[in-house]
Write a protein that binds this ligand. Structure first.
Ligand code: MTE
Length: 324
């Protein structure tokens, strides 16, 4: 975010796979009997491919069944290899090629703590939590504040299901998420000028909107470490930095949380961070975006194309707070 975006990810258009290709590949994997072997705990091979190091205990949950309301975003799904090798995950380095370094993340055991304004604080093992949730597949557009985008086939569950599970009090106005903090494993967290751990937040209305999604799988299998295993948020109408990875803590509060990037540069990265092509970032235009893996630059859409689902959430918020 603070550094200039390299162009190294640009690949020819014919390498981007369509949804049909992706679905066919999933069927092939299943037919070959590999459906039960997870790669979330995998090793990175040359070229970014992953090899299973240990079986993922939740592998049989994926793919989870497409939610038809979110099956088509009018663009091809970004090729898995492209997506897997171009990531923002500052815990593992402040550049895009963190996928090998991110394999150091230990995702078992993994617990999530629910606290703050809740009926009862609790800490739950991830494998128990994910099995308590109604899993589904959704295809989402993802728009980074750096003006690149991709299309990701997630599996997971609506955030509102997690909210219901946590039983917040009616006095809760915001939900606050926190990523792990482990400088021994995550070399980026040794960069002490960053305000670790990574924090993000939403209003309760945003959290309960059907679009807010917790991804636990991607491309028909458990989510890869560089995508934020074992669970990460995706709010597709907002800039990508809101979509916090590798969550360990979910708190309910009546105070607006201050997020990681907001704490570093409050004039450039605000709380709402909704996508709007007409509101430039302080240092660059947001009018268009480079679609990862296609070499194409396309116009950016208001709320990243999800205005119908979310615009009503902001009737009472001053417009100058909404789009950065
Ligand atoms: N979450 C954590 N914990 N750390 C990060 O550095 N980067 C954010 C978001 N979530 C980030 C994070 C940014 S800037 C983006 S664009 C997306 O993750 C990138 O997600 P991807 O790597 O799966 O494309």
């Amino acid at each position: 975010m603070l550094i200039k975006r390299p162009k190294s990810w640009e690949i020819p258009e014919n390498m981007a796979s369509s949804e049909a290709t992706f679905i066919n590949r999933r069927n092939l994997i299943k037919a070959a009997g590999f459906g039960g072997i997870g790669v979330a705990a995998g090793l990175a091979l040359p070229g970014g491919r992953m090899e299973a190091a240990e079986p993922d205990p939740t592998a049989e949950l994926y793919p989870s069944g497409m939610n038809p309301a979110y099956a088509d975003v009018g663009r091809p799904i970004t090729d898995e290899e492209t997506n897997s090798q171009y990531n923002n995950f500052y815990e593992f380095g402040s550049h895009k090629r963190i996928f090998k370094e991110a394999q150091k993340l230990q995702t078992r055991p993994w617990t999530v703590t629910f606290d703050g304004l809740v009926e009862e604080e609790m800490t739950v093992d991830f494998d128990t939590l994910v099995r308590a949730m109604p899993l589904e597949d959704r295809v989402y557009r993802h728009r980074c504040v750096e003006a690149w985008s991709m299309v990701v086939p997630w599996s997971g569950f609506a955030l509102k299901e997690l909210v219901a599970y946590a039983k917040p009090l009616s006095s809760a106005k915001y939900i606050r998420f926190e990523t792990f903090n482990d400088a021994k494993t995550a070399s980026g967290q040794r960069q002490i000028w960053y305000p670790w751990p990574y924090v993000e937040g939403l209003t309760m209305a945003e959290a309960n909107n059907d679009l807010s999604f917790i991804a636990t799988g991607a491309y028909g299998k458990p989510i890869a470490k560089q995508f934020g295993a074992p669970l990460r948020l995706h709010t597709p109408w907002k800039f990508g930095f809101k979509s916090i990875k590798s969550i360990v803590r979910v708190s309910f509060t009546d105070e607006q949380p201050v997020s990681f990037w907001e704490e570093i540069l409050p004039a450039e990265y605000g709380f709402y961070a909704n996508v709007n092509p007409e509101v430039p970032h302080k240092r660059w235009s947001q009018a268009t975006e480079e679609v990862l893996g296609t070499g194409e630059r396309v116009p950016t859409q208001l709320f990243n194309g999800y205005a119908e689902q979310v615009a009503h959430l902001y009737k009472d918020v001053p417009e100058d707070q909404l789009f950065y």
